[in-house]
Design a protein around this ligand. Structure first.
Ligand SMILES: Cc1cc2nc3c(=O)[nH]c(=O)nc-3n(C[C@H](O)[C@H](O)[C@H](O)COP(=O)(O)O)c2cc1C
Length: 225
């Protein structure tokens, strides 16, 4: 696919076919993603690529733990809940997704089910946990570099026909993920990426989320025109 077309057609995929993803394709995607720039070429990230029974155990134990009332146990700083324009944009995309799925505002059962789906890594056949080296825990560049490589990864995947969604839901119970995936203590869990072949019949997969215009997001300083 042409670069522009990969960027402009990619969208987050939240419904997957169960078919496995060949390891060779995953290696190819990671190889491409790792061409991304990083601070001083530090490449602080690590990928824990999970599939099969072990991933299913993470899903079921995470969901059981959340349903039982366990608090958010993510390892990155999430800050305060979004407010103002950020909250408006959060609600905006949620409305688009619920409309596509035909989930009504007062349908709490289906809404709850939708949230649990996120905690189950959207039932994707593969999940990539991105961690970074703990010795950089107080360095914001490490988080920046993880974001950069994750972005590159989802586009590399899309160029191969694979869907994905970067998500925080799948690592809500990070100790569960850490234990099952044997993530070493010198790694901090930053984000998860659900990955697999898109289910074309899953309505939310067609949602194209909104963006601000360039003029709303950018200031141009010192230009003549
Ligand atoms: C850091 C980050 C965390 C995210 N966490 C979630 C999540 O927990 N659940 C979810 O459904 N989508 C999650 N997303 C996907 C965003 O909702 C999505 O990227 C955004 O709405 C724009 O839509 P698009 O990816 O289809 O362009 C996350 C994306 C990023 C970059």
């Amino acid at each position: 696919m042409l670069f522009d077309s990969v960027i402009s057609t990619r969208r987050s995929i939240r419904g997957y076919r169960p078919d496995p993803v060949p390891l060779t394709v995953i290696r190819e995607i990671l190889t491409l993603a790792m061409r991304v720039p990083s601070s001083y070429n530090s490449q602080p990230y690590h990928f824990h690529v999970l599939t099969g029974d072990m991933l299913d155990r993470i899903r079921s134990e995470s969901v059981a733990s959340i349903v039982a009332g366990s608090p958010d146990a993510r390892e990155f700083r999430a800050g305060q809940p979004y407010a103002g324009v950020h909250r408006e944009r959060q609600i905006g995309v949620a409305k688009q997704l619920f409309a596509a799925m035909g989930i009504a505002r007062d349908d709490t059962a289906r809404r709850d089910d939708w949230v649990l789906r996120g905690f189950r890594q959207f039932d994707a056949p593969v999940c990539i946990i991105i961690t970074y080296d703990r010795q950089l825990h107080d360095n914001d560049d490490a988080a920046f570099d993880c974001g950069a490589v994750a972005t590159m990864l989802v586009h590399a995947a899309w160029s191969r026909g694979l869907g994905s969604v970067i998500n925080s839901q799948g690592i809500m119970q990070s100790p569960v993920v850490r234990r099952h995936a044997a993530i070493p203590d010198d790694q901090v869990i930053m984000k998860s990426i659900a990955l697999g072949w898109p289910d074309e019949a899953f309505a939310a997969n067609a949602v194209v989320s909104e963006r601000r215009t360039v003029d709303e997001a950018a200031s141009f300083i010192g230009f003549d025109d």
